[in-house]
Design a protein around this ligand. Structure first.
Ligand SMILES: [Zn+2]
Length: 136
C-alpha cells in the first residue's frame, strides 16, 4: 500500500530498530511507496513512511530492491557530494564512499553480502543514514 511521506524531523531523527518477519507488510508498503514516488525518489527508508524499522528500498535501474537490516561492513574511496531527500527541501553537502560492502536480508529473508559502487552505493549510504536517525 502506498503511504504518505513523513517530514517530521523529530521523528526522522530517531534511530530505527531491527526488523523481523512480522514487518513483511512494511517491506511491501515501502516498495509500493517508492514505486509511486519513482519520478522524484531513488530510495526510501521505512521511517519515511512512519515505521522505525531497519528496512530500506533502493532503485537499481530496472528494479527496486528491498534490504532488511542492512549493515555497511566496508567502505572505501571517500568523496564530497550534495544530496537531496524526499523528506527535506533542497540539497546538502555530505561525505560518501565510492565502494561499499553491505550485509542484509533480502525480500525472501535470505542473508546476502554484496558490493556496490557509484550511484547505487550512494543511495544505500543515504538510506542507511536514515536508519540511524541521520537526515542530511
Ligand atoms: Zn532521504
Amino acid at each position: 500500500m502506498v503511504k504518505p511521506i513523513r517530514r517530521d524531523i523529530f521523528f526522522l531523527n530517531q534511530k530505527s530498530e531491527p526488523a523481523t518477519k512480522a514487518d513483511a507488510q512494511v517491506v511491501t508498503d515501502l516498495l509500493d511507496t517508492l514505486r509511486a514516488n519513482q519520478a522524484r525518489c531513488v530510495g526510501m527508508a521505512a521511517n519515511m513512511i512512519g515505521v522505525r524499522k531497519r528496512i530500506i528500498v533502493v532503485n537499481m535501474g530496472m528494479m527496486n530492491m528491498a534490504m532488511i537490516n542492512p549493515v555497511i561492513t566496508k567502505k572505501t574511496g571517500a568523496y564530497q557530494t550534495e544530496e537531496g531527500c524526499l523528506s527535506l527541501e533542497g540539497v546538502r553537502p555530505t561525505t560518501r564512499y565510492q565502494e561499499i560492502e553491505v550485509e542484509f536480508l533480502d525480500i525472501g529473508w535470505k542473508k546476502q553480502k554484496q558490493r556496490y559502487s557509484g550511484w547505487i552505493a550512494q543511495i544505500i549510504q543515504h538510506e542507511c543514514d536514515h536508519l540511524d536517525g541521520i537526515v542530511i
